[in-house]
Write a protein that binds this ligand. Structure first.
Ligand code: MN
Length: 197
């Protein structure tokens, strides 16, 4: 049972002009695809080959001789979650249950966006910024490289990739501008709400 590259939930140009089809050609078509290919090579003919992706991640997290498997498996999972965290004409004010919970747990949307942007900006080097649910409370989290909340028993609701490959073609070194565009134009609040129930 090989791990497969899931389809993008929109067309390659669906997020333009905020994220270009050229970025998705490389980010999805090359980077995400390479994590899938590498993972399948690493788990071939091992006990992990029969496992679901999330189980591979949990079983290899923190295991010294399984770092390569963990990194590729977590990157496969994180990228799929990231594609679904965005939608064409998304972003802006949250709707539904998440809107109420952001008000309750962050004291308002402005504080939420400030914290998410700050987490993305201050993640040194490559990594991810997340909105997560921990003990039934919303929190902002950041992880390095391939690390993922599901390896720490925390429930992710939303993620933004802050590896340079996510934004360099469109924003060069302007990580802040990319994060601003993600927040203002791309967040898929329906996807976030679907994880709250
Ligand atoms: Mn990436």
């Amino acid at each position: 049972m090989a791990i497969t590259l899931p389809d993008l939930p929109y067309q390659k140009d669906g997020l333009a002009p905020h994220i270009s089809s050229q970025t998705l050609d490389f980010h999805y078509g090359k980077h995400h695809n390479a994590y899938v290919t590498n993972l399948n090579k690493l788990i071939a003919e091992t006990d992990l080959a029969a496992e679901a992706l999330e189980d591979i991640i949990r079983k290899t997290a923190g295991v010294a001789d399984k770092v390569g498997v963990f990194n590729n498996a977590a990157q496969v999972w994180n990228h799929t979650f990231y594609w679904h965290s965005m939608k064409p004409h998304g972003g802006g004010l949250p709707t539904g249950e998440i809107a109420k919970k952001i008000d309750a747990d962050f004291g308002g949307y402005a504080n939420f966006t400030e914290q998410l942007k700050n987490a993305g900006l201050t993640q040194f080097g490559s990594g991810w910024a997340w909105l997560v649910l921990k003990n039934n409370k919303l929190e902002i989290m950041k992880t390095s490289n391939a690390d993922t909340p599901i390896a720490h028993g925390v429930k992710p609701l939303l993620t933004v990739d802050v590896w340079e490959h996510a934004y360099y073609l469109d924003y060069q070194n302007g990580r802040g501008n990319y994060l601003e565009a993600f927040i203002t134009h791309l967040i898929n609040w329906d996807f976030v709400n679907s994880h709250l129930v």
